[in-house]
Design a protein around this ligand. Structure first.
Ligand SMILES: [Ca+2]
Ligand SMILES: [Ca+2]
Length: 267
């Protein structure tokens, strides 16, 4: 009888226990800052890498993942528009360092040596396109899902170089499906959210950055904040459910105590 009682207690605990943490999360900037190097896994293309990829898109191919390529990108830690010694790393087309997708790994914000300077915040990813007339104007960030589930995410693009220019264009895709596109004026910002986007291993979310509406890439340094969670965050145990758990355990405890203290009836 005692074994059955403890089995019942364990069963109740399993039923009312909060869902274990199953969510997997990725953050472009912190993942890149902590792990990125020339060999991946936060590298420019496939070849054994896992989640983050950096590519370029050709003229007319901003929303066509089949046309994306990383072949022109090289690993770099120096940028002609940043002071020497600034702790940066990323992928860029050399020489000229544009387009690029790179991260500031320093503990402090940095400023460019352009006039006027633009800020490159500590721990943040910047990207920069080329003019629309270039053969490969667009920089591409790809998140390739290693898991199946429903992806929630946030993607914020901010023009950090407000010295001039026509702002930037962007595209958000899941695989070959365009989820959204838009233009952002000079100095502007936009946030796109992902909600319950079904993904499976190999599914991709793309963020594509291009020059502005007039095709100019001047003053187009763009901060990209991007995070994705799959599957959705687990349900957290509430105080109410904890209260029920205590109540159920209390009832079971009282029942056991009563069983122990009950005096057998005399015959
Ligand atoms: Ca522009
Ligand atoms: Ca600008």
């Amino acid at each position: 009888m005692r074994a059955k009682f403890f089995f019942a207690v364990v069963l109740v605990l399993l039923l009312i226990a909060p869902t274990s943490a199953l969510a997997a999360s990725w953050n472009l900037a912190s993942d890149f800052a902590a792990n990125g190097d020339s060999s991946g896994p936060w590298a420019k293309d496939s070849g054994g890498n896992t989640v983050w990829y950096f590519k370029l898109a050709p003229t007319g191919g901003a929303a066509n993942p089949a046309a994306y390529s990383s072949s022109a990108l090289s690993w770099t830690t120096t940028y002609s528009w940043m002071p020497p010694g600034t702790p940066l790393k990323g992928w860029a087309r050399l020489p000229g360092d544009l387009p690029h997708v790179s991260v500031n790994t320093g503990a402090t914000d940095a400023n460019s040596n352009t006039n006027p300077p633009f800020p490159w915040r500590s721990g943040k990813v910047l990207s920069h396109p080329m003019p629309a007339a270039d053969a490969w104007p667009y920089s591409v960030i790809e998140w390739k899902s290693p898991v199946a589930g429903e992806a929630d995410g946030s993607i914020t693009l901010t023009d950090v170089d407000a010295g001039g220019g026509d702002g930037f264009q962007y595209w958000i895709l899941k695989n070959s499906t365009q989820l959204d596109t838009g233009t952002v004026p000079n100095g502007g910002t936009v946030t796109e959210t992902l909600t319950d986007e079904a993904v499976s291993p190999g599914s991709s979310i793309y963020v594509v950055l291009g020059p502005g509406i007039a095709g100019s890439h001047s003053w187009d340094s763009t901060q990209i904040d991007m995070s994705i969670t799959v599957p959705e965050p687990p349900v957290v145990s509430t105080p109410a459910s904890s209260g029920w758990a205590i109540a159920v355990l209390g009832i079971l405890g009282v029942a056991m105590a009563a069983r122990k203290t009950r005096v057998p009836a005399r015959s």
